[in-house]
Design a protein around this ligand. Sequence first.
Ligand code: UDP
Ligand code: MG
Length: 322
Amino acid sequence: MTIIDRKQLVAEKEIFISCIVPVYNEEEVIESFLAKLQEQLKALSPHFEIIIIDDGSADHTVERIVGLPKSYHIKLLALSRNFGKEAALTAGLEHCSGDVVIITDADFQHPTEMIPTFLDQWAEGYDMVYGVRSNRDDESLLKRAFAGLFYGLMTKISRINIPSNAGDFRLLDKKVVAALNSIEERGRFMKGLYSWVGFKSIAVPFTVQKRAGGKSSWKFSRLTELALTGITLFSDIPLRIWSLIGFIISLIALVYALYIVTITLIFGVDVPGFATITVAIMFFGGIQLLSIGILGEYIARIFNEVKRRPKYIVGNRFGFDE
Ligand code: UDP
Ligand code: MG
């Protein structure tokens, strides 16, 4: 599709927009959010669908959604349990059919007022338009420090370039969606996959809003797991660095051995050295356990892939068959 075609499609409101919204225990905000979202989409084109993926909510989220008017163009995939946001997004991407797809959170933290801007950038020829948060005020110091560390490490050790502070709030052309859907990996790290597929992309800054209600479901343990997934799926350096570390340690050991031999030959046998031995044993024990642990991280993920279980299971669907 040429830029002229894209501009025409947007100007004439002929474009088909899919909006993907993953939700998990959002009963407090979901109705008001969807009321606002469908108004905003309607203003852009009469052709749109809102695909909601209920990620195994334990509250009344699903009932609230099913009760909404037909004019909202809602399609709902209710997963059979909580599979996590990455899996929910994957489900959404595999069930949407728009010319463009917009991904947004349901808690009003992503300013959906920016959708027209995203669409304008798409019309200018960009296949992916991603929101970059200009503030992290809503997050704790610990989460911010952790995020900084993660992005720093990721840039150094992976071959893909993950823009820091970019999240899931973005617009994707259907080409990008097809590319993402062609990835069969079970371990999903969306931030990495968006970069990995490539395509012409542009960042648009946005201010993160306060959560309108309900509470964030991110726990530190979940974030750590996600970071580990990201690192192991997009870099093999943690796996390969041990050859280098082993080589350096062997070299140091050789030099030290030569030193001991020389000293012994010149000054005779030096009996003490228990401390040195204990420290050395502990140090190398630690290094070996660490390297085995890292090996384990990769093996666990290989195990996960070879089992070939589905990435998510749809328990119920509404609005798809008409
Ligand atoms: N979410 C989800 N599955 C989960 C956790 C969260 O689909 O297991 C959804 C949630 O409903 C929201 C979005 O992902 O629409 C972002 O989640 P949240 O606001 O809890 O995270 P935060 O914004 O604090 O990073
Ligand atoms: Mg949120």
